[in-house]
Write a protein that binds this ligand. Sequence first.
Ligand code: SF4
Length: 364
Amino acid sequence: MSTTRHNWTKEEILDIYNKPLMELLYEAATVHRLHHDPNTVQVSTLVSIKTGGCSEDCGYCPQAARYNTGVEGNDLMSVQQVKAQALRAKSNGSSRVCMGAAWRNVKDGEEFDQVLEMVRTINKLDMEVCCTLGMITENQAKRLAEAGLYAYNHNLDSSEEYYKQVISTRGFEDRLQTIDNVRKTNVTVCSGGIIGMGEKVEDRAGMLVSLSTLNPQPESVPINALVAVEGTPLENEEPVSIWEMIRMVATTRIVMPETQVRLSAGRTQMTREGQAMCFFAGANSIFAGDKLLTTPNPDVNEDMKMFEELGLTPQKPFAKKVQPQTVEASESQYQPLGENPKWTRPDHKIERNEAAKLKAKAVK
Ligand code: SF4
């Protein structure tokens, strides 16, 4: 019987990642069956509630204002617009809605109040609600929890060492601090990363050390394959092979046996057979909908066809944890504190980020 460990070392994780593939698959599939129904896969829908114009310099992201990627920005969506998208997602088999806003961090005020109202509205549709809004304080996490938030997403992206070669405008420590703030509430944690950004296998293992040594481990871990978007600093990165994706999923499954491992960005580059092997290796969650924030994703009908072929069933909402209660704004215990936390801005120079910024300036 496998038990959850919180003391994995990089060497141990590398040994797992580099096992002969058949052995790795067998071990991961065995762990998977001990903790999950292998025929059930969670379906989440990602809604970009505020797109583009972001002040950060994440090297993989087409929403960063400083790069020229052709992403059209939009202001924060209305509660009614988000509700309509959530209802559509529900009728297409999604049990979770993840709302993403291209913000560095949450600021108390009208826009955050509007997001809290979105959380209340979707929770009342009996769907799991997740948000990804950037860095948040403990009080902001408590306000989200009170509104009925089920999960908060905040990805570590890569190893602490490689993170510095992708992003210069915020620090890895602040990522961990935000996760810690979420952990002071009943909201579950969703945190993962991206492979194919030019990192070494050691960095992938390093990221899994950071995630698996959290106690508790994140309830969801998205594994993304970079979608290299023209105009971003990482535009010329080669796509990762399906074998790397399978190895990453299997290793994540073994070191975090209870978590939901989500196949996220990059699924359009995978065949159905490749995705099936990822499910066998322990992936048990996908993002549905034809767009993931701004990058393409398989059509929802195609996904349902794949589920039928593979005999997979979408997971019901609140299968892992009871539905949180929504407290109305008028009865809220927590008020905005007008905080102005000093989130880190290391601002070191990353050559390829600088080059992409200069290229964008020349075009604009
Ligand atoms: S990943 Fe998020 S924080 Fe980074 S540039 Fe994109 S929207 Fe901004």
